[in-house]
Structure formats: structure tokens, C-alpha cells
Design a protein around this ligand. Structure first.
Ligand code: GCU
Length: 390
């Protein structure tokens, strides 16, 4: 017994110590030094402040929300998809602005034979489009539609390149070219590519709100890696998403920047200069000067559901940093009388923490989005959304 307990106590002490050393910004203290003591103050004062700090310093500012010109074209409805288990809808979401127009090609599978409207999960796909093949000729664990439908959830997906190609193209292509002003020079807080993809997920939510088969009040947004950075930013900006899932999002996703483990701000700005706003580059090698850290991004989801997933073999995304961000977001959930993560010790491999409003797992294996990850997301959703049925 002693032999088991002693290493556990040492590990717990190390975890707490590692976090204490970081001097993280306090989500419950305003820039003016005021202590936030209620969910009301959080909503009226501190939440808008933190959101604005992330906008101005990290992800950038979208020049437009729901555009005046936005239409939904139902291209196809197949009621006998997946051998009759689902109705497949293919929807083109058209948007336009001063610099042109674009289309999000959304695929949705709605389980048949379940009461409508149905809750579900929207994947922001950042891998090859074949991973979200609506014909199901190609099946990928990255988007296990059959499993999602079997578990009674809507499976929806779009490809990030419908919003903006993942290239450092001087912000000429995609939604930047459509909505950015051409008269003024690009400002240091102009939106980057991650913010553009997140904007796309919100336009999909605009569609969900019109579809009576879909429960828009219980939709989750899911992303892997760069897609996970995107789902977190989307969930922060767009509170219509009731659940936000980050799979191995790492640097400038769920992982704390101040730990300086795995990918750094400097490395990500070098490798992917188009992902964030120009001002973010000022924090290269200056993590401690950033007025926010990523636990505060997670806290912006409160009191909604948020699930963070790591993989043990994904040191680049700093699994422990992702976990500690969840731990340090919990103070905001407590303002709402919610337990947050409900734990401060790093869980064993493949043992999800899913009883609080913040869920977390670290699974064995490498950087990837697998069907087992999806099952964990749905276990979490079941726990919170199907409580009354259990
Ligand atoms: C790179 C990048 C990460 C990103 C990942 C991905 O590894 O450094 O920040 O999360 O690509 O999107 O797959």
C-alpha cells in the first residue's frame, strides 16, 4: 500500500508545484485588480475582458459576424442513408461580402427513429477531404459517422479550406479576401486563419438553427490539433455551442503557454505565421508577457461543457499542460456552482475524467483523432445530456 501511495503523493505534489510556479494570470482578477466573486460579475466584466484580450493579442478580430448575405441551399436529402439508419443532408452555405463569395459544403447525418430534434457533434475537418466523405465510400476513424449515428447523435462536418486555405498567402484568399477592408493596411489584431475557420463553424450553427431535425441548443463543436485550436476559439466567441471539444490542440489551443513545454509560441508563429494575428508574434519567447494563458480560453466556455483530449505520445501538444489548463479553468466553473474538472491530479492513461462540466482524457498512443476519442466525447455528452434517461 505504502509503495503505491508514496509515488502518488510525490506526483501530486509535483503537479501542484509545476502549476504554482507558472504565475498564471488569474481568471478571477480583472486588469484593474478587482476580484470577481460571482457569475454575474464574471459575465458582465471579466468574461468580456478576457475574450477581448484573446482577440487583440492572439486570434484576431473578425470584421463580420453573421453576414447580411448568407443563404442555405439544401442540395440533397437522402432518408435511407447508412442502410436506412440516417437521413443525410448535403447543405451548401453561401456567403458573400465586398471581396467576393464563398461556400461551406456541409454534410449532416441525422439518426432516423429517434425523437427530433437530435443533439450532435460538428467536426471542423483539417485533414484531407476524404476523411469526411459523405458518400461513405471512404470511411475514416477521423469522422466515424456510423458510430456517431448509432449512439444517437447527429454527425456533421465541413472542411476548413472552404473558409480559408491553410497557407500563408498574405490573407488574400478565402474569407479574409472577402471581408477584409482593402483600403486600410492590415491591423495587428486582424483575424488569422484559425479565427476564419472558427467563423465558418458559426455559420454552420446559423444553419443548424434553421433545421428542425437538429437540436441547435445541444450541438458540440469538435476539432483535432489545428482544428482543436479552432473549436476552442469558436466556442469562446460563439456561446451557442453547448459543448466544445479540443482533441490534442496543444500550443495556442488547450496547452498552457507558460509551461514552455512542447511547441512554443515562437515555433508556432514561425511554422504557421498565418494562423494568429500579427500581434501574437510579439510574444515569441515572451510567454510571461502575454496578458492571458490558455486556461482562460477554456474558462470562457463556462458554464457550458468543454472536453479536452490528449495523447500520451503527443509531447508536442504537452498533455500535462492541456490537463493543467483544465484544472486552472475550474475556478470560473465554481462561480456557477459547478465542479469544473473535479480533479487536480493527472489521470491514468485511458481513464477519462467526465463527471464535471470540464472533461479530460489522456489516451495511449500518438497524435491522432480516433474512434475511441469520439466515444469518450459521446460518453461525456451522454452523461450531461441524457442524465434524465439514465
Ligand atoms: C503542427 C503544429 C501544431 C498543430 C499540428 C496539427 O504539428 O505545430 O500546432 O496542432 O500541426 O494541426 O496537426
Amino acid at each position: 500500500m505504502k509503495l503505491v501511495l508514496i509515488p502518488t503523493i510525490i506526483f501530486l505534489a509535483m503537479t501542484a508545484h509545476a502549476a504554482d510556479d507558472l504565475s498564471l494570470p488569474d481568471p478571477l482578477k480583472t486588469l484593474a485588480g478587482q476580484k470577481i466573486v460571482s457569475s454575474k460579475e464574471w459575465r458582465s466584466t471579466r468574461r468580456p475582458e478576457i475574450l477581448e484580450l484573446f482577440r487583440a493579442n492572439v486570434y484576431g478580430r473578425a470584421p463580420v459576424g453573421r453576414p447580411a448575405e448568407l443563404t442555405f441551399e439544401l442540395k440533397e436529402t437522402t432518408e435511407t442513408a447508412l442502410s436506412g439508419k440516417a437521413t443525410r443532408k448535403l447543405v451548401d452555405i453561401h456567403f458573400s461580402g465586398p471581396g467576393g463569395k464563398g461556400t461551406i459544403r456541409l454534410a449532416v447525418f441525422i439518426p432516423n427513429n429517434v425523437p427530433k430534434p437530435v443533439p450532435g457533434l460538428l467536426l471542423i475537418c483539417n485533414r484531407d477531404r476524404t476523411n469526411i466523405d459523405p458518400s461513405r465510400k471512404t470511411k475514416s476513424p477521423f469522422w466515424p459517422v456510423e458510430r456517431i449515428v448509432e449512439r444517437g447523435y447527429v454527425a456533421a462536418a465541413f472542411h476548413n479550406s472552404d473558409l480559408d486555405p491553410d497557407m500563408n498567402d498574405g490573407f488574400k484568399d478565402g474569407v479574409h479576401g472577402i471581408y477584409d477592408s482593402v483600403d486600410a493596411p492590415r491591423s495587428p489584431d486582424a483575424w488569422g486563419t484559425i479565427a476564419a475557420w472558427a467563423w465558418g463553424a458559426s455559420r454552420v450553427m446559423d444553419y443548424f438553427e434553421t433545421d428542425r431535425d437538429i437540436d441547435a441548443t445541444r450541438m458540440g463543436v469538435v476539432g483535432h490539433s489545428r482544428g482543436g485550436k479552432t473549436s476552442l476559439w469558436c466556442g469562446a466567441v460563439d456561446e451557442r455551442f453547448a459543448l466544445v471539444v479540443s482533441n490534442e490542440s496543444g500550443c495556442t489551443g488547450a496547452a498552457l503557454a507558460r509551461r514552455k513545454k512542447g511547441e512554443s509560441i515562437k515555433a508556432i508563429n514561425r511554422g504557421f505565421p498565418h494562423w494568429f494575428c500579427a500581434k501574437y508574434k510579439q510574444y515569441n519567447d515572451k510567454e510571461n508577457e502575454l496578458p492571458v494563458d490558455q486556461h482562460e480560453l477554456i474558462a470562457l466556455m463556462a458554464p457550458r461543457l468543454v472536453y479536452v483530449a490528449s495523447a500520451a505520445g503527443d509531447g508536442w501538444a504537452d498533455p500535462e499542460g492541456e490537463f493543467l489548463a483544465c484544472v486552472h479553468a475550474a475556478s470560473v466553473y465554481r462561480l456557477f456552482g459547478l465542479p469544473g474538472l473535479g480533479s487536480t491530479s493527472f489521470p491514468p492513461l485511458d481513464h477519462p475524467l467526465n463527471s464535471g462540466h470540464i472533461g479530460y482524457h489522456v489516451r495511449s498512443g500518438k497524435h491522432n483523432l480516433l474512434e475511441s476519442d469520439w466515444n469518450c466525447f459521446m460518453d461525456f455528452a451522454d452523461k450531461h445530456w441524457k442524465k434524465s434517461q439514465q
